[in-house]
Design a protein around this ligand. Structure first.
Ligand SMILES: N[C@@H](CCC[C@H](N)C(=O)O)C(=O)O
Length: 282
């Protein structure tokens, strides 16, 4: 990747439920970021500060309108981002890159379909969840509903799935006392997840309501995680604890997740907000 030291780039600061993003228009300006530059932009003291950087690009696919790339705060490029998908559609619409309200977006994982609703929220077809261990990827001999995962002295019963990116979901009785800051990093970097994993902790309130905290791969605990919300709802529905639609209460706010079951796509509905515009010198 070319570095762009000394160049100034326009950006937009956005968030979805407090999961925050620095978004670059890579169509009207040349953006080629190194992992080190991503880390500096994401730094909350020396940069703009964000959980992820989103890069809007043209697509070469006939079946998509745009491509978007996602970089975690640690500089690693990843496949999917739910809150980012909602901010993405708000960005391309507000910046006049399209007048469509329903668009198809190529990500590193798949083509997703965000749609701006009349009430200001965004609904996204996030695609079909995958459960085969090799597709996550996760080291297991066969596919099962949950897996015992040894973490230190504990054996945790986790569900694992891919929403384009990898997720482990653990049910807890009380989210406030769950040791997310200890178990989160241990699960994220567990040797059975060769590409690391996003670790979700869910407390079931009713069959249609959960509380969720997610320790994100490459970003630490965020105020909300869109793909994490999809993964938790799907894991809960598969295990018979939840029924669609599921309201997911994260620290930063609420998302609604719908899933009709096996081989069906997951739909996520929630807000996307612009905070400010700026320029950064790399
Ligand atoms: N915040 C995101 C997920 C971003 C990527 C994730 N940290 C990963 O490494 O897969 C979301 O809203 O889904």
């Amino acid at each position: 990747m070319n570095t762009q030291q000394g160049t100034r780039l326009r950006f937009t600061k956005m968030h979805g439920l407090g999961n925050d993003f620095v978004v670059f228009d890579g169509i009207n300006q040349t953006v080629a970021l190194t992992p080190e530059q991503c880390r500096r932009i994401a730094d909350r003291h020396f940069g703009v500060g964000c959980d992820q950087i989103l890069l809007v690009e043209a697509t070469t696919r006939d079946d998509a309108d745009f491509r978007y790339r996602i970089f975690n705060a640690d500089g690693g490029e990843v496949e999917q981002c739910g809150n980012g998908a909602r901010c993405f559609v708000r960005f391309v619409h507000d910046h006049g890159l399209t007048d469509k309200t329903a668009i198809r977006v190529e990500t590193a994982a798949s083509v997703i379909e965000p749609r701006l609703l009349d009430n200001g929220l965004v609904r996204v077809n996030m695609g079909v969840p995958r459960f085969a261990p090799a597709e996550i990827p996760f080291a297991a001999e066969a596919e099962t509903l949950t897996y015992p995962l040894k973490v230190g002295q504990h054996v945790l019963e986790i569900a694992v799935l891919s929403m384009g990116n990898p997720h482990a979901v653990l049910r807890v009785n009380d989210l406030d006392s769950a040791p997310v800051d200890i178990l989160g990093p241990a699960i994220e970097s567990h040797s059975r997840f060769p590409q690391r994993v996003n670790a979700g902790f869910m407390q079931v309130l009713t069959p249609h309501d959960i509380r969720l905290r997610v320790y994100e791969r490459g970003a630490g605990e965020t105020l909300a995680c869109g793909t994490g919300a999809c993964a938790a709802a799907v894991a809960g529905i598969r295990q018979g604890w939840l029924a669609s639609p599921v309201s997911v209460h994260a620290r930063g706010g609420n998302l609604v997740i719908e899933w009709a079951g096996k081989d069906q796509p997951v739909y996520m509905t929630g807000p996307a907000e612009t905070v400010f515009e700026g320029e950064i010198e790399l």
